[in-house]
Design a binder for this molecule. Sequence first.
Ligand SMILES: Nc1ncnc2c1ncn2[C@@H]1O[C@H](COP(=O)(O)OP(=O)(O)O)[C@@H](O)[C@H]1O
Ligand SMILES: [Mg+2]
Length: 481
Amino acid sequence: MIKPQSDLLPRPISNGSISVNMESGNNLTLTWEGLNVYVPEAKEGFFSKKKPKCEKMHIVQNVFGIARPGQILAIMGASGAGKTTLLNVLTLRNNENLVVQGSVKINSKIIDDRKQLSAVSGYVQQNDIFIGTLKVAEHLKFQAMLRMDRHTSYEEKMKRVELVMNDLNLKKCENTLIGVAQLGIKGISGGEMRRLAFASEIITDPGILFCDEPTSGLDSFMAMSIVESMKNLAKQGKTIVCTIHQPSSEIFEIFDRLYLMAEGRSAFLGDLTEAKDFFASQGFTLPINYNPADYYIKTLAILPSNKEESKERVKKICDGYDSSKYCQEAMDNIKKASGEQNLKSASFQSQLSSAYKAGWLTQLKWLIWRSFLSMSRNPMETKILAIQTFFIALIFGLIYLQIEDSQEGVQNINGVLFLLITNASFSNMFGVLNSFPAELPIFYRDHQNSMYRTVNYYLSKLITEVNLLIYLKMEDLSLNF
Ligand SMILES: Nc1ncnc2c1ncn2[C@@H]1O[C@H](COP(=O)(O)OP(=O)(O)O)[C@@H](O)[C@H]1O
Ligand SMILES: [Mg+2]
């Protein structure tokens, strides 16, 4: 994925649109067939002899679909319809405790390795997680260094960061901390955070972009500009799959294809006018002046007040779709796409095989950079550690003040050495116990994005923590002796 220089030059803001290289990772057709997802039976309890009466739940039922390059496929449905589950299955993530059957293919190749998939795709997840003590530009720089191809030069990567910030209107807050709510560090706004999550994924110029509710929490203007960015990416040959919640009719019109889900089943796959015709053929004519998205979601929702009737209605629509010409057409397209040999399969194969984009040392270097930055800005952690060390040094210093050169003095020195070592190990351990769980989701997501090896993360933490502690302990010792 080497980018030509001309594409990476900064350019004026183009009303929130992203301009990306046309050559890399394009023309990827994603198909999925016969997908079934079950929540497995609860295992026999450790203490209880009896098996709990828990049936295997079937949460996604025999769904199929196709997402083509150059199009946005919008997955819609009521809450609990199985959209996020489907997206997780398509991205091979967060499905450790689910039983998944069926196949997901990109350009007729079965995809079963997450590292391969993340080499050609990006996934904007629903929840934004960041290291809040980094600035916006620093976060994007880190992403660019570890996720862009190793043959791209530093300057080109930095130009790409600038370009993405310009296009997503993040330039204004490039030097603002992202923010940590728990530590009271105020940072960028919710909308900026959503755009930053989007920017982190498109920085690599992925062939397929998955987005789980990319517009939730944004005002209508920003939601529109995110969807326009997606549309621009699609125009440049990318394949976009997104789930969307309550799109306005204006946003709805931008989508190329619609995939409706209800009760874990496919309720419709086709373009927007076909959706209107299909619903009319089932007896649900779209009223005039009604947002189509709202109408479809309402029709496919299970209303708590009228459960039986809603279920009956959803079943009728899903059965109607299974026997419709739209379903037949979609199946034919999937068969054709998943069977045909891709012309660019050689370059696609080579992209799939390169799991880590950055080399071992580059990973370590940038991890240490991030770790140092975040640690030096984490006032709580560093301050608490410094104050704690200072007081302990003071107390130990006073207790063991003026030790004499005698048998008793030797025993006292033994005692203070033991105390210092135990104190050093315990305070370090508690420091890590506090900081590591907070960073765990970030590590887990980065690891899923194949950004760095676990050992590099461990080493970077070790190096930064040890450096800080050596510095503090030196102060400690200099106070004691
Ligand atoms: N790991 C899981 N264990 C049990 N039930 C699950 C699990 N994941 C999803 N479900 C259930 O599957 C259904 C679909 O969930 P989800 O895909 O999150 O819906 P959506 O994103 O469409 O709102 C929900 O009823 C949810 O409770
Ligand atoms: Mg969801």
